[in-house]
Each structure stands twice: as structure tokens, then as C-alpha cells.
Design a protein around this ligand. Structure first.
Ligand SMILES: [Zn+2]
Length: 467
């Protein structure tokens, strides 16, 4: 059912310009039509706030299967770090058949939907059978992941990963065979075939994702730059210090400088993580203005390091957010972590507001709300990262939105003035009462119609993996 016109009246509506009190959002043919004062006959949602749906710009859905299973020290590995975590992740990645990938992905996407996510950027690198043999359709697993997102009702940007090697002069390791394409032309051909297969679904888009400067040679980055056209390009960049040393040894450049030299640093590119940027890299991102996709929840789980958020905001670099490793799927929390990590480092408060520089117009009342910087990270900047016209309730935009329960204990007594701060600093996934994607209901009264079936299918996979 997609009725031609839906009129949703709410206590507050987070519009593109301001928070409106007692307003009605009109949706026509799945798109935002207008925001106006209430009229008789509108559907009154009562004490809720309507806001743009949250955008999860960086996800590896299958990593939901790792949750709770890597948070222990093994006697044989007393020095656990990102790289030892990665071994465990590879073992899980290699234990999943196509049905498992679909079931686990669906679980991750269900949790995202329940928590207010309406669009996911899925950085997808599981392609082939565990021995590296392509499936009959080389895009089988990408199709499965897209199908999982669409079954839940999410809009999905499938960021199809290109992967070739373990590192400089090191062929892929046995546990990386599922990720690897033989050459860049084959990989790019598979991306085009994937996009073609989903051309008729307006809620599916396909981007290019050279995995990292460690996993692809320079010639692949240059080929992606030539082939990208209108497609967005995502890369893991500067996540671990070891990668910086490796990149310097191979290319004599930092990862960001290499990406720039290959013609890949621009507004349609997203640098995922960017936790270790030197002065030269900061200058390059200030000039080229890629999006940085931060995943502070995962970055602290993996011990990656701090996002230089204040430095990025001072240079007007858009920051988007992702749930990445899925240890925790909570975009509200990701928002506040960006500010909180900077507070812990600076031993001050409201750090991002102080770092805004000259570019943020001074508000008439002299208050610089930190949430006004955090909220776009979970919405408009995620949309920019994925190249999609979502992230704000602007007339003509797809009607991707969420309704937040203002009687929830976390949000009770919010006002038009405090709403965005309450959402950024205090809200949690269970404040979400309802969501819509392109005007279609996904979450209704805090529940998903296929929630139980999705959890049952996921449990069957996990009981087998854990056995
Ligand atoms: Zn990632």
C-alpha cells in the first residue's frame, strides 16, 4: 500500500530549516510534498517528533554474527588488537553460506530499522565461495545483501568492494579469497552488472569501494577514478597506524595523498575512518572536500584511535556516521561519541561548537548548539556520502522519516529548542516509534511485521556457528 497522499500531524517536525511545533507533513507519491499548519482530517500522531530517517553510511552487515564473540582475551594472544580481531572476523566471514549471509544481514538491517535508520551504505566485500570460486552469478552475495535490506524495507547503497591482495607484494591470504577479484576490469564489470540488475528499484543504488590502499594496487585506484563517473566511491583510509607505515613504504605517500594523486579525492568520495590524518592530509581533505565516514563506536571497540573531528569541522569537512562492525547499532550514540571523544581529549565541553571556525553563521541568540553539528552527521552528510537525495524533509525528497516518542522517559519534556540536543545526546533506538521509507511504513508502533521471523532465522544460523 502506498496511498497517494499521507498527512502526518506531529507535536514537532524537524524541518530542513527549523523545528516546527504542531505541524503536518504532507507526503505525496512517496515524496515530501509540504510542511504546513494542521488541518481537519490530518492523521494526528500525537506526542511524537517527526525527523528525517537516519543514514548509516558504513556497515558490514555480516559482522553482526561477531557480536559478543570477540570481547575476550585469548591466552595465546595477550596483545589483542585490530589485526587479531580481523582473524576472528575472517573466520566468521568464511563460515557463512549465501543463505546465512542473507539471514545475518537481515538481522542487522532489522536492528537498524528499529533504531531509526532508513538508508544503509553497505560496504560489501564477501563475493565468492570460501575457496575463491565465483558463484554462478558472481554478484550472488551482493544480491542476497540487497534483498535482505529491501525485505526489511531499507533504502540501500551497495558499495561493492574491490579487493586484490593482502598488502604490497603479498597475494591474498587463504581467508581473503572470498573478497578477491582477479583484475580491476573484471571487478568493475561486476559492479556494472550489479547496478544493471537493480536498475528498476529506486531504493537501490550501487557505489564503488576499493577496500583500502593496502588491499588494492595503485593501478586499481586509478582505474576506479577513471570509471567512477557519477558513482560514489568509498574507501577505508587511515584506520590503523600500521597502514600508514605500509603506504609510506610502498608509495612514499600517506593514504590520503595517494588517493589524491590517483584522482580519487573529491566530493563524491568517502574516506571511512580517517582516524590518523597528518597536516598534509587535513589540507588535502579541506581542499577536495570528500565526506569522512566516522564510526566512533567501532573505532573505540577496535582500538583504532580518535577521529580528528574538531580539526575536520574547523575545515568544513562533512562527517557522516556508520555502525561498521555492528557491536552496537545505535546512530544516536554514534552522534554523541563524535563530540564526547573530543571532550575527553580536550578536557573541555562543547568542543565541536568551539571548533566551527568562521564558516558557521553566528546565531541571533548567540547559542551554538553542538547538536546542530551532530545531527547532519546522522542525516544530510550520510546522504551526501551515498549520493542520495535523502537526509532532510525537503519538498520533493523521498519521504524517508522517523517518528520519535516524546513520552519516552529519555525524551519527556523536550521542547522545540532542546529537541535536537535531546536526540543527539539522550535518545536511543527504542525511542523510535515508527519509520517510513519512500512513504511506506517500515516500523509501526515500535515493531517490524517480520521481526520475529527475522530473529528466528538469525538464531538458526548462530546456533550452528556457535556449536
Ligand atoms: Zn569498515
Amino acid at each position: 500500500m502506498n496511498p497517494a497522499e499521507i498527512r502526518l500531524r506531529a507535536r514537532f517536525v524537524v524541518g530542513p530549516d527549523a523545528v516546527h511545533t504542531d505541524a503536518t507533513l504532507v507526503i505525496r507519491q512517496g515524496r515530501v510534498a509540504t510542511l504546513r499548519p494542521p488541518e481537519p482530517g490530518d492523521t494526528d500522531l500525537g506526542e511524537v517528533a517527526l525527523a528525517p530517517g537516519l543514514i548509516n553510511a558504513h556497515s558490514h552487515a555480516f559482522q553482526r554474527a561477531l557480536r559478543g564473540r570477540t570481547e575476550h582475551l585469548r591466552a595465546a594472544r595477550p596483545d589483542e588488537d585490530f589485526w587479531s580481531w580481523r582473524e576472528l572476523m575472517y573466520r566468521t566471514a568464511n563460515a557463512l553460506d549465501p543463505d546465512d549471509v542473507e539471514a545475518v544481514s537481515r538481522m542487522a538491517f532489522l536492528e537498524m530499522a528499529l533504531g531509526g535508520v532508513t538508508t544503509v551504505g553497505e560496504f560489501h566485500y564477501l563475493h565468492h565461495a570460501p575457496d575463491g570460486t565465483p558463484y554462478a552469478d558472481a554478484n550472488e552475495l551482493a544480491h542476497r545483501v540487497i534483498r535482505a535490506a529491501r525485505a526489511v524495507g531499507l533504502r540501500v547503497a551497495l558499495l561493492r568492494v574491490l579487493y586484490h591482495r593482502a598488502g604490497p607484494d603479498r597475494p591474498a591470504e587463504p581467508l581473503q579469497r572470498r573478497f578477491v577479484d582477479p583484475d580491476v576490469d573484471t571487478a568493475l564489470g561486476r559492479v556494472e552488472a550489479l547496478a544493471e540488475a537493480w536498475r528498476d528499484d529506486a531504493a537501490v543504488s550501487v557505489g564503488l569501494a576499493p577496500h583500502s590502499v593496502r588491499a588494492v594496487p595503485r593501478a586499481w585506484l586509478e582505474a576506479v577514478a577513471r570509471a567512477a563517473g557519477e558513482r560514489v566511491v568509498h574507501l577505508h583510509a587511515c584506520e590503523q597506524r600500521a597502514e600508514l607505515a605500509q603506504c609510506a613504504a610502498e608509495h612514499g605517500l600517506s593514504p590520503v595523498a595517494l588517493i589524491d594523486a590517483c584522482g580519487l579525492l573529491g566530493p563524491r568520495t568517502t574516506l571511512v575512518h580517517a582516524t590518523h590524518l597528518d597536516g598534509d592530509a587535513l589540507a588535502r581533505v579541506e581542499r577536495a572536500r570528500p565526506t569522512v565516514a566516522a564510526c566512533p563506536g567501532t573505532e573505540r571497540n577496535l582500538g583504532d584511535g580518535f577521529l580528528p573531528a574538531a580539526a575536520l569541522l574547523a575545515r568544513r569537512v562533512p562527517v557522516a556516521l556508520g555502525s561498521d562492525g555492528q557491536a552496537d547499532i545505535d546512530l544516536f550514540n554514534e552522534m554523541r561519541l563524535v563530540e564526547y571523544h573530543e571532550r575527553l581529549r580536550a578536557e573541555r565541553r562543547n568542543v565541536l561548537a568551539a571548533s566551527h571556525g568562521a564558516w558557521w553563521p553566528a546565531p541571533a541568540d548567540g547559542r551554538l548548539e553542538v547538536a546542530d553539528l551532530l545531527w547532519p552527521m546522522a542525516t544530510a552528510h550520510g546522504a551526501r556520502s551515498l549520493g542520495l537525495p535523502v537526509g532532510a524533509l525537503t519538498p520533493g525528497a523521498p519521504a524517508d522519516l522517523i517518528a520519535l516518542d516524546l513520552r519516552h522517559p529519555r525524551l519527556a519534556a523536550t521542547t522545540a529548542r532542546t529537541l535536537r540536543a535531546d536526540l543527539a545526546f539522550s535518545a536511543a533506538p527504542d525511542c523510535v516509534r515508527a519509520t517510513w521509507v519512500a512513504g511506506r511504513p517500515v516500523i509501526v508502533d515500535g515493531r517490524h511485521p517480520a521481526g520475529d521471523a527475522t530473529i528466528d532465522a538469525f538464531l538458526r544460523v548462530m546456533r550452528r556457528l556457535d556449536a
